[in-house]
Design a protein around this ligand. Sequence first.
Ligand SMILES: O=c1ccn([C@@H]2O[C@@H]3COP(=O)(O)O[C@H]3[C@H]2O)c(=O)[nH]1
Ligand SMILES: [Zn+2]
Ligand SMILES: [Zn+2]
Length: 248
Amino acid sequence: MKLQLQMIGTGSAFAKTFNNNNALLHLKNDKLLIDCGFTASRALMELGVPLEAVNGILITHIHADHVGGLEEFAFRNMYAFKRRIPLFVPASLATVLWEHSLRGGLENKAEGITSLSDYFEVITLEEDEPCQITPDLTIRLIPSVHIEGKSSYSLLLNDKLFYSSDSMLNRELLLKLLADGCRYFLHDCQLQSPGMVHASLEELLELPIELQRNMMLMHYTDDMPAYIGRTGVMSFIEQSKTYTFSLD
Ligand SMILES: O=c1ccn([C@@H]2O[C@@H]3COP(=O)(O)O[C@H]3[C@H]2O)c(=O)[nH]1
Ligand SMILES: [Zn+2]
Ligand SMILES: [Zn+2]
């Protein structure tokens, strides 16, 4: 299948000239948002995509640039669109997402609203088990190394496209995926070393060239333009542009 992927934002958590690093998948009958940060609804509006067109959301981990927009989606789906859309959440994060992030704004005991399931059709995803999202798209959660002691996940789409979300570099994993036939790698990239909780450009430039050839960089800081031409054969994925990936 041909996957149409549009980054509604490609910025790091604190970027101001780029939106939060969130992706919109334009599927045959669905629009699935991968992560929903605090800039997501404005980014969609600027792209001319009505909030109502998004009929599924997948969350990779609990940082505001990945979940900070969920409250608006919850309220608008409940009160304006009167529907519950699927929310794909890693099983390890389902309780935490409600208890530690969303409950403060969304709980309304007077109306009997006490859980995430009141707003969304919560579908929990298990690690390393492919989940059939649509008839022609599966997504597998791969635990990522991001913040010690906090669960976070990278994604593998149809075994062909790796989407790191937020992760430090895991060279062995990337090499194994490449050997197993993965064709595209979208990786977060901290332009200045050290990468801290992300992969740094310096580390990514040390990967075997056959991996770098298939690598697109995302989750970058505002000074990204100064790095154009300094990423070897790797390219920056551009905010707003729709890319087509062949996942057959
Ligand atoms: O132990 C920590 C925790 C957080 N941070 C910063 O906060 C940001 C949160 O979103 P992010 O995961 O996109 O990027 C993170 C980093 O920029 C960090 O440098 N070290
Ligand atoms: Zn992030
Ligand atoms: Zn993060």
